[in-house]
Design a binder for this molecule. Structure first.
Ligand SMILES: [Fe+2]
Length: 299
């Protein structure tokens, strides 16, 4: 079922096919009564839809979904030009799994991967529940995170769904096992590129670095070497937002990120003095997330 190719890393794909087109659909769908932004609104306008101007056919279907208790974004991506409409979910949350599956059903998609950017401390991942409800789904997590998953990935690996793929970039620092998933670079891949940064980079901020083997110095170098080196028009989708932001770009964060535009020593000082409380669910969430969020698997 999976193929292993290339010098940069392994390539995971439940399908193989070769047709391509380049238009992206960018609707935003938030599902939260207390959501800081209106339903069906996106940065692209009232209808929540926008398309790359020069591309001939839609290929990537994209939804940004929100879980309000932990302010977590879950991302749904699918190749709708492929006959099976294969889809992936990035950072699903246990309490919104039914919403996500309902949307996937309504859109006629086939979920193939449930992926996490890291082992979360503030919510329980939905990957285990998704696997129990949709048996063929594979969970994906970075090997460096030390958790359990069907597919343990590392830097340079590619996760394919239809003719689209996500490239894995290691961005440790918030946790040791953090990765950023970046849409592919190539003529049949979405333009501009899109990066799903988890908690390595938030809009105008970043994730904390004071637990789970975090390191502010490592995070600084991860973001500068793996995210800020992407094209400036790359769309950045964070793992959380607490102020109502939904998306940014590399160019925007290079100019306006309140922490990562500083020099490394200033950044380390900022991160060392945040004085944040422990996440409420940390003692439950971290052990559960090491086993796909399935608490009944805990010893
Ligand atoms: Fe996190």
């Amino acid at each position: 079922m999976f193929r292993v190719v290339g010098l940069l890393g392994r390539s995971f794909s439940p399908y193989s096919s070769s047709l391509g087109a380049q238009k992206i659909l960018y609707p935003l769908f938030s599902y939260c009564p207390q959501s800081p932004f209106p339903h069906h609104l996106s940065p692209f306008g009232r209808t929540g839809m926008a398309t790359a101007a020069y591309a001939p056919e839609p290929k990537l279907l994209f939804r940004q979904l929100f879980e309000c208790e932990s302010s977590t974004y879950t991302y749904l991506l699918a190749d709708i030009s492929h006959p099976d409409k294969p889809a992936v979910l990035i950072d699903p949350v246990d309490v919104t799994v039914d919403r996500d599956l309902n949307l996937i059903r309504e859109l006629g998609l086939k979920l193939v991967y449930a992926m996490n950017t890291h082992v979360h401390a503030d919510h329980i991942t939905g990957t285990g529940l998704l696997k129990s409800k949709v048996p063929h789904v594979k969970s994906v997590l970075a090997k460096a995170g030390g958790g359990r998953a069907d597919i343990l990935i590392g830097p340079g690996d590619k996760i394919s769904f239809g003719d689209l793929f996500l490239e894995v970039r290691a961005t440790p620092g918030h946790t040791l096992g953090c990765v950023t998933y970046v849409t592919g670079d190539g003529p049949s891949q979405p333009q501009p590129r899109m990066a799903f940064t988890g908690d390595a980079l938030l809009v105008r901020g970043c994730g904390r670095t004071d637990f789970q083997n975090g390191s502010s110095e490592q995070l600084y170098h991860s973001v500068h070497s793996q995210i800020f080196t992407l094209p400036k028009n790359t769309l950045l989708y964070p793992g959380h937002d607490y102020k109502g932001y939904t998306v940014s770009t590399v160019g925007e964060e290079l100019q306006y990120n309140t922490r990562l535009t500083k020099d490394v020593e200033t950044f380390k000082s900022i991160m060392a003095n945040l004085n944040l409380a422990r996440p409420n669910k940390m003692d439950i969430a971290v052990p559960a997330n090491l086993v796909c969020g399935l608490q009944d698997l805990l010893p």
